[in-house]
Design a protein around this ligand. Structure first.
Ligand SMILES: Nc1ncnc2c1ncn2[C@@H]1O[C@H](COP(=O)(O)OP(=O)(O)OP(=O)(O)O)[C@@H](O)[C@H]1O
Ligand SMILES: O=C(O)c1ccc[n+]([C@@H]2O[C@H](COP(=O)([O-])O)[C@@H](O)[C@H]2O)c1
Length: 216
């Protein structure tokens, strides 16, 4: 009998700090397309933005608190262990080598990340190794700025989640996840101004931020 392969999904980010705009769309996604597990992968040195305010150890601690009562999620520390910039293309190439050629693999991003995706290091190789699953995010168009990037998107689009489960890589799926108007920048700004953030991130993460005196 043929071996049944399970779709595995990595969700990369800076998570400075982790918030409900990360957790809730991905939980909805898991229900929509049938994911038993999502692997959260914080970066150490983001290739594309200033170094985060919280240290890698603090961002990891906040993620551990956020997922402690969310069994869907596990944590992957491979990028945290590297001092070089965390290029997604090389991380996903290494993940593919570990998992073998047939395993269905996906990388989860938000809509804003899709728009900047063609600027990522070696972006065209990413679909050789994984699918791309895009969660909705308010305030960002679903159309690429350049026509050639829109054509690239359309060439790879699938409207059926089954394709993600049956093929090892190469498809882009725009998931109809709920919208959350939350960003880490908004949270950092609100904390700096002494404004409440209770409905934006898990209590345990907020308690940790206060205890560490972060984002003041
Ligand atoms: N509210 C949201 N809805 C959907 N996706 C999101 C949301 N917030 C973040 N993401 C996605 O999660 C991933 C990690 O995001 P990141 O850690 O940069 O959070 P952020 O809130 O965008 O941070 P910052 O405001 O510091 O830029 C990215 O792919 C991003 O698109
Ligand atoms: O590899 C790149 O060039 C690259 C450029 C921008 C973003 N990424 C990755 O995309 C993920 C989301 O990025 P961010 O900034 O929204 O946290 C995270 O895993 C980043 O390391 C990767």
């Amino acid at each position: 009998m043929a071996e049944v392969k399970t779709l595995q999904a990595l969700f990369g980010g800076t998570f400075d700090p982790v918030h409900y705009g990360h957790l809730k769309p991905v939980e909805a996604l898991a229900n929509l397309i049938g994911l038993a597990k999502v692997i959260i992968m914080p970066n150490n040195v983001p290739p594309h933005r200033p170094q985060p305010e919280a240290s890698s150890a603090q961002r990891k601690a906040m993620l551990e608190l956020a997922i402690a009562d969310r069994p869907l999620f596990t944590l992957d520390e491979r990028e945290l262990r590297r001092d070089a910039p965390s290029y997604t293309a090389s991380t996903l190439k290494a993940w593919r080598e570990e998992q073998g050629p047939d395993a269905p693999l996906a990388f989860i991003i938000g809509q804003d990340s899709l728009l900047t995706f063609p600027d990522w290091h070696d972006y065209e190789t990413i679909l050789d190794n994984t699918h791309l699953i895009v969660c909705r995010r308010p305030g960002y168009p679903l159309k690429m700025a350049q026509a050639r990037h829109q054509r690239w998107l359309e060439r790879h689009l699938t409207h059926t989640p089954e394709a993600l489960h049956h093929l090892p890589a190469g498809k882009i799926y725009l998931a109809e996840t709920p919208w959350f108007a939350i960003s880490a920048s908004l949270i950092r700004e609100r904390l700096e101004n002494g404004e409440p953030c209770d409905d934006l991130l898990p209590d345990a993460v907020l308690d940790y931020i206060n205890q560490q005196g972060l984002y003041r």
